[in-house]
Design a protein. Structure first.
Length: 258
DNA sequence: ATGGTAGGGGGCCTA
């Protein structure tokens, strides 16, 4: 079973890219971030006409996540538990068919400028994610947390780490919170298979970042022990970043044994 | 040190 995470940066602006990607790469499951659409305006036919089940958690203007799957989606949860006052649409969970796998799609807050209230929100959101992960890991089921974490875990995850030293994506507290997810028993799938530097999932639209390969790795799959046991491969699909009218992110994949 | 690009919504915010 092949699963991908893809920050598409606007589902309506990305209809052509998304359709082409589903047709050619054919994920069994995909989580999408930054759909930037309310649920009623989501172009469902784009997904459903290709044989996918679809669950969305959108809001007006920005943020918004979705999960699509060839197998039916069960027990869908919208919103990250832990703060009833949080109205930002950044999190969705669902069980995949009868596989026993639970997939969590997340769009972690950017956090800039730091310090400030946006950075405080990022760190508190990461603490809520840690608590949610602990609750799901305690069930001893395979769980996969995938999405745009807006965290550069290590210097080798950026072409120019020094340019990010003061950025919320690379500040020590952000990296420590990400490491905390790993030390509690979640595995960074890409690093289980690929220790080499220079693997990126995001290139800014500005300043020719893509042709210069001035990228960062911020889209991740974190796997619970039982999900990591099923991992057979993990890779970054760079081609869609070079298609016409691309997202600034590109898909990151895992293959899990059924 | 600045500005460079993109999407969405509506005359600016977020990234």
């Amino acid at each position: 079973m092949k699963l991908a995470t893809f920050n598409i940066n606007g589902v309506k602006a990305r209809a052509e890219v998304l359709g082409r990607w589903l047709d050619t790469s054919a994920p069994d499951v995909a989580v999408l971030q930054e759909i930037k659409s309310v649920d009623e305006a989501f172009p469902r036919a784009l997904i459903e006409d290709r044989g996918y089940h679809l669950e969305t958690h959108g809001q007006k203007g920005f943020n918004g996540v979705a999960i699509l799957s060839k197998l039916p989606l069960h027990d869908v949860t919208r919103g990250l538990p832990g703060d009833e006052s949080d109205e930002q649409a950044r999190y969705i969970e669902a069980d995949i068919g009868e596989t026993g796998l639970r997939v969590c799609g997340l769009y972690l807050p950017n956090g800039n400028p730091a310090p400030g209230p946006k950075y405080d929100y990022k760190l508190s959101w990461m603490e809520r994610l840690r608590a949610r992960a602990a609750a799901l890991i305690a069930r001893e089921i395979p769980v996969a947390f995938a999405g745009d974490y807006n965290v550069i875990p290590q210097p080798e995850d950026a072409a120019r780490p020094d340019a990010w030293r003061e950025d919320a994506l690379f500040l020590p507290q952000s990296r420590a919170a990400f490491r905390r997810l790993e030390t509690m028993g979640l595995y960074d799938a890409l690093r289980l298979r690929h220790p080499e530097p220079g693997l990126y999932s995001f290139w800014d639209y500005q300043a020719g970042a893509r042709p210069k390969n001035d990228g960062i790795r911020i889209d991740h799959w974190l796997l619970s022990p039982k999900a990591a046991d099923r991992l057979t491969d993990c890779w970054i699909e760079t081609a869609p970043r070079d298609w016409e009218k691309p997202s600034d992110h590109t898909p990151v994949w895992v293959e899990l044994a059924a």
